[in-house]
Write a protein that binds this ligand. Structure first.
Ligand SMILES: [Zn+2]
Ligand SMILES: [Zn+2]
Length: 482
């Protein structure tokens, strides 16, 4: 996910609202999952110790309280007092088997130790393919350089896809733990290592239930989410051929561990980047008697004028952001530089191209006032404009129903949209899609830092929950549409 670097008032308000949702007790990896015998539906209540004999007990065998235990995951053992015929019941049981938990966690740690940047995910891709080989799941490779499209089920329609991103960030990890990144200046600071592990977990679960699938599940392992071209190139290479619906999850430090969170409609903003080189005009009709143009003053005026696009032009009910995040110019204290560079990002839930057009116009016209000129680059080839991520109503309802049935109603929450961006939007532009979060916030563990922070860490106890949610979403989709 592309983090938002600056917020307008509305998005600050939204962030405040999100934070206000955070409950004080974040020990979400529940000691018990209780099935309600009074309910005819498969409703589960986590962390509630009802006196009910139809339940699974998930018992942590290792506490996770000290700082040094950050990397140690909690193994669970399951005792089941009665067999259940529920699909979701069985999927959750499979996800929580100690061997499965260890396997998923080990995959996440291996990838975390060896982070690879966008379009360089060769070892990560090889690891995924070796696990798919062991699971005897066929796949297409490469898509988008390092990407994979795996499939299981009948091989026929309907086709439903689950997507995980694989790339890391150019960030030096500041978390001291046993499985810290072994690559200087590179870190899985956005949780994509966890996304891969959860999707492989879902693959393993679904493989064991392949005879029950009423269609085909497509597993997409995608490069370069942080650069935006990953999803786009995957689509160009046939990743969603025949696929009629797609789902993906992202870890969220803002929501308590184990909760599933989403919303219908706009969820994440569209995103673009710009970089302007502001240069002094050569030659002047007034000749040498006119002082040389001041590129610093011109750049400063452009920065100020850019602020007017959102505050004076945008619909106040349509959240937008234009932030200048980089200014580079001048090396000597005694002279004006020939060029000054300004760069930044812009976000919107509406038409990104209009915003792009105005950013270009404002910079170019404003610097002219100071006898300068500018070239503005929007990196459309390298970084691409991300469209906003819009969740399809029906797909969102599907995620919500599955999450509630799988984990219990209190484990699902509706969240407001935020100005962060995600290249899953390229899929959601093409086919019905839903993007959701899985909370990883655990105060006790210290997993409280936002994505793209060098202190970012994942509460690994959510990994099997995410795998079960993925698998359930796909299998139930096929049950309903197959
Ligand atoms: Zn990210
Ligand atoms: Zn991300």
């Amino acid at each position: 996910m592309v983090k938002h670097t600056s917020l307008n008032f509305f998005s600050i308000l939204i962030t405040t609202i999100i934070l206000s949702f955070i409950i004080s007790n974040n020990n979400i990896i529940a000691v018990e999952i209780i099935k309600s015998s009074s309910s005819s539906s498969n409703t589960y209540f986590l962390g509630t110790n009802n006196n009910n004999n139809n339940h699974h007990t998930i018992t942590p065998t290792k506490n996770k309280t000290s700082a040094t235990s950050r990397g140690t995951h909690t193994h669970h053992s399951i005792t089941k007092s009665q067999p259940s015929t529920s699909n979701l019941d069985e999927i959750l049981r499979l996800a929580m088997v100690p061997g499965m938990v260890t396997w998923i966690t080990d995959i996440r740690r291996t990838i975390h130790e060896n982070p690879e940047l966008a379009f360089e995910e060769y070892d990560t891709s090889a690891l995924i393919r070796s696990e798919l080989d062991l699971l005897e799941i066929p796949y297409m490779h490469p898509l988008a350089k390092t990407g994979i499209r795996a499939s299981l089920g009948t091989g026929g329609p309907p086709f439903v896809a689950l997507r995980a991103d694989m790339d890391a960030l150019p960030i030096q990890e500041a978390v001291e733990w046993e499985h810290k990144s072994k690559k200087d200046g590179k870190m899985h600071a956005c949780g994509h290592d966890a996304h891969v592990a959860m999707l492989l977990g879902a693959a393993k679960i679904l493989k064991s239930r392949e005879h029950l699938l009423k269609g085909t599940v497509i597993l997409l392992f995608q490069p370069a989410e942080e650069k935006g071209n990953g999803a786009k190139q995957m689509i160009e290479d046939g990743a969603i051929k025949d696929v009629e619906a797609i789902f993906a999850v992202h870890v969220s430090h803002q929501n308590p561990s184990g909760t599933i969170c989403s919303r219908s409609g706009p969820l994440l903003a569209g995103c673009g980047f710009f970089r302007a080189v502001i240069s002094a005009d050569l030659g002047s009709p007034n000749g040498p008697q006119l002082r040389r143009a001041d590129t610093v003053l011109a750049a400063s005026a452009a920065v100020i004028s850019l602020q007017g696009i959102v505050s004076r032009e945008a619909n106040p009910l349509d959240s937008q952001v234009v932030s200048v995040t980089l200014v580079d110019g001048g090396r000597q204290i005694g002279s004006v530089p020939g060029d000054v560079i300004i760069a930044g990002t812009f976000r919107a839930f509406s038409d990104m191209h209009n915003l792009l057009h105005r950013i270009q116009e404002v910079i170019k016209e404003q610097v002219k006032v100071f006898r300068c000129h500018a070239t503005v680059d929007f990196f459309e080839k390298e970084l691409t404009l991300y469209p906003p991520t819009i969740n399809n109503d029906r797909m969102h309802e599907h995620v919500k129903k599955v999450a509630v049935d799988l984990l219990g109603p209190e484990k699902f929450r509706i969240v407001p949209p935020v100005m962060g961006a995600e290249d899953f939007s390229f899929y959601s532009k093409e086919i019905p899609a839903a993007f959701y979060y899985i909370g990883i916030r655990n105060e006790e563990l210290g997993s409280i830092h936002c994505a793209h922070s060098p202190h970012f860490m994942v509460d690994e106890d959510v990994l099997p929950i995410g795998a079960a949610t993925h698998a359930s979403i796909a299998e139930e989709y096929l049950n309903e549409h197959g």
